[in-house]
Design a protein around this ligand. Structure first.
Ligand SMILES: *Cc1c(COP(=O)(O)O)cnc(C)c1O
Length: 492
């Protein structure tokens, strides 16, 4: 309802003629756009945002109200000038708010593909900030003053870190595999074990990638067992290469056999074919030295005789989205010269972050501190538990009286992003349960939704009867606690 002291901006009638307060507002009671734009508070909005945005949003606001008025459901209070200005400001703020936002990852999965995978290290963020607003030597050779090659910015580092002769980089590992196959196996055959025909989320399936690259997939062995002779028997005139694919997101267990890289490299060498390995995550350091499950390393694969290894930049490497290709110079050169390389090349923005991330690996002793991915993966349980205890009371207050909150130290998280699917990370956090058992499922959904509507959305996971907030990835609990007072309103 319009308060008597509030002016009402309207179309055809003069102030005071606004009709009975109990009647809903009609389309004629709405002001024209120009009139709304002349309100003093709107003048301020115009000064701040310009005519295009403000007038456009004013038009859409009035269109919406007019539609409401036509159904007889528009309250007079909603067309008071203060209400109209408030609604307009709200629309403008919502339009300008970025769609991509920071969230709190309480899922327990550290490298979460849906939540942006690896967090960039400070060094990488600083490099991006320092370089992106300035001209730089992306493709300019400062020594000669001539044209340079963007790959050269990271090739030396990659070679140093993996022992490879040469390296090149593209947008992601899917592109690295696609490009490698297109450059090395077009119209020819690629021999792969049936046990390794993986599908990574988001429609990356090895058989489809082969087709897209114009290569013909030759499957050998069975789902659970592949032997050296299976590869040997499949090699023929049309063979382009042997391929080994890391089964990142599943494990074949039980009566199994596969051929290791060294054996396969021997077979490939005898037939004069390259052995290409798609590692997926691929860690540049031995994770077991950090108390984590071991993941194959590109340098080991090269040492075992693979001619080419591809892996991701934003999985265990802890950098930006990128596909890294390391190996023999002759093969890398063919890949680099392929026309598709130009279409798949990295842009300067992730390239700056990648270079800075790779440089962190030159000081491996400091990596668990400097690289967020490794820091989160190796975060001590006691530390995570301390965060849970620090947040317990605040969360309890925010969800009372409908839910109860418990500190839990028996959570099982995951590394994520298809790496190491079997191994779990012992973790701690908060378990929130509805007090009323009746309608508990709905109460949990409502809580999960309310948490997602916070200024920085909180993403947890629901198990049978509880919502779990795994706090491994919450290193600083203050910003998390700061927005909790907003939760009761969103739960109401
Ligand atoms: C993740 C993965 C890919 C795809 O890598 P992106 O960097 O996500 O494009 C390809 N192969 C394997 C084995 C993977 O694990």
């Amino acid at each position: 309802m319009a308060r008597p002291d509030e002016s009402v901006v309207h179309g055809s009638k003069a102030p005071g003629e606004t009709g009975s307060a109990s009647e809903p507002a009609g389309p004629k009671d709405l002001p024209a756009v120009d009139r709304l734009l002349r309100l003093p508070d709107v003048t301020a909005l115009l000064a701040e945002h310009g005519h295009t945005l403000v007038a456009g949003q004013a038009r859409m606001l009035l269109d919406g109200l007019r539609a409401q008025a036509l159904t007889g459901s528009l309250d007079r209070a909603d067309i008071a000038s203060a209400a109209l200005v408030g609604a307009l400001r709200h629309r403008i703020d919502a339009t300008l708010a970025p769609a991509m936002r920071a969230v709190f990852n309480c899922t327990g999965t550290v490298i979460h593909t849906n939540l942006g995978r690896a967090l960039l290290a400070d060094a990488a963020l600083q490099q991006v900030m320092a370089l992106m607003g300035s001209p730089n030597n992306l493709e300019y050779d400062l020594a000669s003053g001539g044209r340079g090659d963007r790959d050269s910015l990271v090739e030396g580092l990659l070679c140093q870190l993996t022992g490879a002769e040469a390296a090149t980089v593209v947008n992601n590992n899917a592109a690295a595999v696609l490009l490698s196959l297109a450059a090395l196996a077009r119209d020819r055959e690629v021999i792969v074990s049936r046990g390794e025909l993986v599908e990574i989320g988001g429609a990356f399936r090895i058989p489809d990638v082969m087709t897209a690259a114009g290569a013909r997939l030759v499957e050998v062995g069975t789902t659970n067992r592949t032997h050296p002779r299976d590869y040997e028997n499949a090699i023929g005139e049309r063979s382009a290469l042997l391929m080994k694919i890391h089964t990142s997101n599943y494990q074949v267990q039980g009566f199994t056999a596969s051929v290791d890289e060294a054996t396969l490299a021997g077979i490939a060498r005898r037939h004069g074919l390259p052995l290409v390995s798609d590692l997926g995550a691929g860690s540049l350091i031995d994770l077991s030295a950090h108390g984590l499950p071991r993941e194959p390393m590109p340098q080991e694969q090269l040492a075992a005789g693979c001619q080419l290894v591809t892996f991701s930049g934003d999985k265990l490497l802890g950098g930006p989205q990128a596909g890294l290709i390391v190996g023999e110079r002759a093969l890398v050169d063919r890949i680099r010269k392929h026309p598709m390389k130009r279409a798949l090349r990295m842009s300067k923005l992730p390239l700056a972050a990648l270079e800075a991330t790779l440089r962190l690996y030159l000081r491996p002793e400091r990596l668990a501190r400097d690289l967020p991915t490794l820091r989160l993966l190796t975060r001590p349980l006691a530390d995570i538990l301390a965060t849970a205890n620090a947040l317990h009371a605040d969360v309890e207050r925010a969800v009372a009286p409908r839910y109860s909150v418990q500190v839990v130290d028996d959570l099982l998280g995951q590394i994520g992003s298809g790496s190491l699917p079997i191994d779990r990370l012992p973790s701690a956090g908060l378990a929130i349960a509805p007090i009323q058992k009746k309608g508990a499922g709905r109460a949990l959904d409502e809580l999960a939704t309310a948490l997602r509507t916070l200024p920085r959305p909180v993403i947890g996971r629901i198990t049978e009867d509880r919502l779990l907030l795994d706090l491994r990835c919450i290193e600083n609990h203050f910003p998390f606690a700061a927005q909790l007072p907003l939760l009761p309103d969103r739960l109401a």
